[in-house]
Design a protein around this ligand. Sequence first.
Ligand code: SAM
Length: 126
Amino acid sequence: MTVADGTELPEGRFDLVSTFDVVHDSVDPVGLMSAIRGALREDGTYLMLEMNASGDVEENRNPLGKFLYNVSTLYCMTTSLAHGGAGIGACMGQEKARELAYAAGFTHFRKLPIEEPFSVLYELKA
Ligand SMILES: C[S@@+](CC[C@H](N)C(=O)[O-])C[C@H]1O[C@@H](n2cnc3c(N)ncnc32)[C@H](O)[C@@H]1O
C-alpha cells in the first residue's frame, strides 16, 4: 500500500481509478481530477462516488440534506478551507461535479444507475 496525495499520481498507469467521497473534501478538486485523468491509460475510467445531494439548497430540504450540510460544515468544507482550498463540501451536486470534470479535461461524464440512496456514482473518461 502507498499513502500519497492524489494530485501526485504517476502518468498513464491505471485502467481504473476510483474515489469515494474525496473530491468534495479536497483542497484542489480540479488539480486532483486532472492528476487522475493523467494517471489513466488510454480509454481508462475514473469512477467518482459522491454524496447524493443537489447543488440547489432548496432541493436539499430533506433529512439527508440536513444531515449532509451538518457533516459538511464540520468536516468536508473545513478540511479543505483550512488549507486554503475550494471548500466545496458534501452537497456539491451533479452540475458542479460535471463542471469540475470538464475543467479537469475529461470529455465524458455520466451518472451511473446505482441502487444506493446516499450516493451518486459518475463515470468519467478523458
Ligand atoms: C470523507 S473521507 C472519505 C474516506 C473514504 N474514501 C471513505 O469512503 O470512507 C475523504 C477522504 O479524502 C481524502 N483526500 C482528500 N483530498 C485528497 C488528495 N488530494 N489525495 C488523497 N486523498 C485525499 C482525505 O484524506 C479523506 O480520507
